[in-house]
Each structure stands twice: as C-alpha cells, then as structure tokens.
Design a protein around this ligand. Structure first.
Ligand SMILES: O=C(O)CCC(=O)C(=O)O
Ligand SMILES: [Mn+2]
Length: 217
C-alpha cells in the first residue's frame, strides 16, 4: 500500500508510556466491492516466534495432491486442516484434526479482537520461497454466501496479492504479510477478488499461515 483506489481507515492507539504496539491496532482498506483489514502487531515478536517454533514441531504437516485435468499434482506447500468439520477444495477432502491448544487459544484471541467467529482453520507451511499458493478465492459453498476469513502469518515476510475476478478490471493490491500480523479478509473479497502468495526467488526461510474460517454446519 498505498494502492490504486484504496481508501484507508486507521485505528492506531500509540502507547505513550511503553511505546508498545497494540494487537488491536488496525488499518482497513476499502476496495469498492470488498474490504481487508490488517492488524500489523497482532502478536508480539516473542509470541510469534514461540508459536512458529511450536507449530513447526507439533503439527502433522502433509503434502496433499490435487487433481488437475485428471492428473494428481502435489500442492507446493504442506498443510493441515483443523477444527470442527472436514473440508473439500479442488477435489481434495481434508479430514479435520481435533483442535490443538495453541491454535484454539489463537482462535479465541482472533475472535475477541475481530468480533468474528471461526470453527476451522487451514494451516499452511511454506518451506521456502519456492512454496506458494496460486490465484484462487475461498468461495466454496461450505463457507456460506459471504465468507470472512482471518489469516495469521508467522515467519518469513512474504508478498500477498489481490486482483478482481473480473479480468477486465485493472486494479491490483499488494501487501507484505509480516511475522505476527493478522489479515482479515472481509465481506466481498471471496466473491469479487482472487488472492495469491507468489513464489519468491532465493528465499530460504519458512513461513506459516493460518486461515481461520467459518464452515456452515
Ligand atoms: O498463506 C497465505 O497468506 C494465504 C493462504 C490462502 O490463501 C489459503 O490457504 O487459502
Ligand atoms: Mn485463500
């Protein structure tokens, strides 16, 4: 940011006495037919680093395969689906793992700060800059007509891009997803926009991302 056509609203409460960042601080970007909100300091550096080490170790990471034009292709990242119900995308059925304590605690913290409810999470492990997520929208029917998704980033800072689904529209958005930051993708984003996490040449450091979702019962 700043980006074409993006209107920003800030809520930055500087703490004059401790100079500490507040997890409630946010910046909203209105994109016309959708909005996103960044919480740049959602977790402190120490909290984020400890959670990163814990999850790298404790999550049963696996490389799933999706079917494209009849062929099974390994996705370029490791994943784990956790929560109250199983999930499908691109012909892939993900069995839900029971909530693990640090992830459940994080879910509750995110619900308090965002005022939104979530019952599942997709955890992604990008081992280095060659791992990525291609252009997509999280608009499966199981997520309801207007999905709102909260996305927490840990580890290597990576660019995240958005573009309208309508190919004739030129707008683009690019954010940097920092260690310990939270991105809330609000109403309109999954219906009207696509997002991706592109590959980054020469990056060796790992990154984890947790996208909290609300599946319809
Ligand atoms: O890693 C990210 O920041 C995005 C992940 C994502 O879009 C997804 O899991 O649907
Ligand atoms: Mn997504």
């Amino acid at each position: 940011m700043p980006q074409t056509g993006a209107l920003k609203h800030r809520s930055m409460q500087a703490n004059l006495f401790t100079n500490q960042s507040d997890p409630h601080d946010f910046e909203t970007h209105e994109l016309g037919d959708g909005w996103i909100r960044e919480y740049p300091c959602f977790l402190s550096e120490a909290q984020a680093s400890s959670l990163l080490a814990d999850l790298l170790e404790s999550i049963p990471w696996q490389q799933d395969q999706i079917r494209i034009a009849g062929r099974l292709i390994p996705v370029p990242r490791l994943q784990c689906w956790m929560g109250d119900a199983d999930y499908s995308y691109s012909g892939l059925r993900l069995k839900a793992l029971a909530w693990q304590l640090p992830v459940l605690a994080l879910k509750q913290q995110i619900e308090t700060v965002t005022g939104r409810q979530f019952n599942s999470v997709l955890l992604n492990y990008y081992r280095n800059g060659q791992d990525s997520v291609a252009w997509h929208a999280d608009d499966e029917p199981e997520l309801g007509p207007e999905p709102v998704i909260a996305s927490l980033s840990l580890g290597a800072e990576r660019p995240f891009r958005l573009r309208p689904k309508a190919t004739e529209r030129p707008e683009r958005q690019r954010l940097l997803l920092r260690h310990g930051s939270l991105l809330l993708m609000g109403e309109g984003i999954q219906n009207n926009w696509l997002h991706e996490l592109p590959k980054v040449k020469g990056l060796e450091k790992p990154r984890l991302n947790l996208t909290f979702r609300q599946l319809l019962k």
